[in-house]
Design a protein around this ligand. Structure first.
Ligand code: ATP
Length: 347
């Protein structure tokens, strides 16, 4: 078992509350992404887990035991940071073997382990190369291999792929996930990239202003966001106000039959994803709109719309209709695809 529990963890820097009463459980063997905008406290939370920072209040537990007072090097966690922090004057092999050397492992054991780790990160045979001769993606793999050298109980990565170009980054996301699954190691990754989180995570933790807003499977964070903030942060969405009406609710002045806002609620914030907004000819569907902009993404078309209640966005697979700027159209919303938020959910 290697489960991590954060129990009401708060971190203050003077007036600033970097982490605000965060409670979460990372189950053994799972891959968790901490996701949120810049400054929301992801790195601070990660540093508290690693032991590089102490919490102002709350507890960090690993395998049920409090580790708040355990120093970094005694936690046996593997860490990879954005900067990678590789030693430029050492070879690839010496970099990877470094944590083994400081633990007093002999040369033969170190060399065998380095070869094994280089195979694991798909960089066989480069142990003698200088770090300076490696590409960004290769350095990334060396940093991962070094962090895994001592078979850590917990693997922590803070924006590990952010220095890579888009294509390599996507490939490394898949590799990192596959590597984690092969090893079965409990892993926490900090990212501000929602696509990256969706690709890798068993569960996504969405943070805002130091608080954990939601922790769920990627599909549930996307399909069942708990707040307008989460809906908006994960992909695109239409956040609208709905008013209770007879037999349904009114959105953008049009009745959506069967949409229930909850008992006694006259008004609610709702979210509907662009792919759940159907675009029809003028007058064919309840909501009148005009096309303001069309973005052809190759496999899908994003249609930016003007309605009486403000801008909306729809998305269609390419080849399902012609959409031009200035077209008068109408929109239909599938009530089953609408998420209704509770009052006061963070925006
Ligand atoms: P980013 O994605 O930009 O790295 P983040 O989500 O990782 O952001 P943190 O670096 O954890 O955010 O910072 C959270 C808040 O705490 C910010 O307001 C930041 O300015 C503040 N903060 C972080 N470290 C310190 C520090 N050592 N002293 C004072 N304030 C700090």
């Amino acid at each position: 078992m290697s489960q991590l529990d954060l129990v009401n963890v708060t971190k203050r820097y003077g007036e600033i509350v970097a982490v605000d009463d965060a409670a979460l459980t990372v189950p053994a063997g799972s891959f968790i992404c901490l996701l949120g905008p810049s400054g929301c406290g992801k790195t601070t939370l990660m540093r508290i887990i690693a032991g590089l920072e102490s919490a102002s209040a709350g507890e960090v537990r690993f395998d049920g035991t409090r580790i708040d007072a355990t120093p970094v090097h005694r936690r046996d966690f593997g860490m990879v940071f954005q900067s990678l922090a590789l030693f430029p004057h050492l070879s690839v092999g010496d970099n990877i073997a470094y944590p083994l050397r400081i633990r007093g492992k002999g040369r033969a054991e170190r060399e065998a382990r380095v070869a094994e780790l280089l195979d694991l990160v798909r960089l066989p045979g480069v142990a003698d190369r200088p770090i300076s001769q490696l590409s960004g993606g290769q350095r990334q793999r060396v940093a991962i291999a070094r962090a895994l050298a001592v078979s850590p109980k917990l693997f922590l990565l803070d924006e590990p792929l952010s220095a890579l170009d888009a294509k390599l980054r996507e490939a490394m996301q898949v590799e990192l996930r596959q590597l984690q699954q092969r090893l079965g190691i409990t892993t926490i990754v900090v990212t501000h990239d929602q696509r990256e989180a969706m690709t890798m995570a068993d569960q996504i933790v969405v943070m805002k202003s130091g608080r954990v807003l939601q922790m769920d499977r990627p599909i549930d964070v996307y399909r069942r966001p708990a707040s307008p903030f989460v809906a908006d942060f994960l992909g695109q969405t239409n956040c609208l106000t709905a008013k209770a009406g007879s037999g349904g609710a009114e959105i953008v002045g049009a009745t959506v039959p069967g949409l229930d806002l909850g008992a006694g609620r006259r008004e609610a914030e709702i979210s509907v994803r662009p792919e759940d907004v159907a675009v029809r000819g003028a007058g064919e569907a309840p909501i009148a709109a005009e096309i303001e902009f069309v973005r052809d993404m190759g496999s899908t078309i994003e249609i930016y719309l003007k309605t009486a209640a403000g801008p909306m966005i729809a998305q269609r697979p390419t080849g399902h209709g012609e959409f031009s700027i200035g077209d008068k159209v109408s929109l239909a919303i599938d009530p089953a695809a609408v998420v209704v938020f509770p009052d006061g959910a963070p925006r």
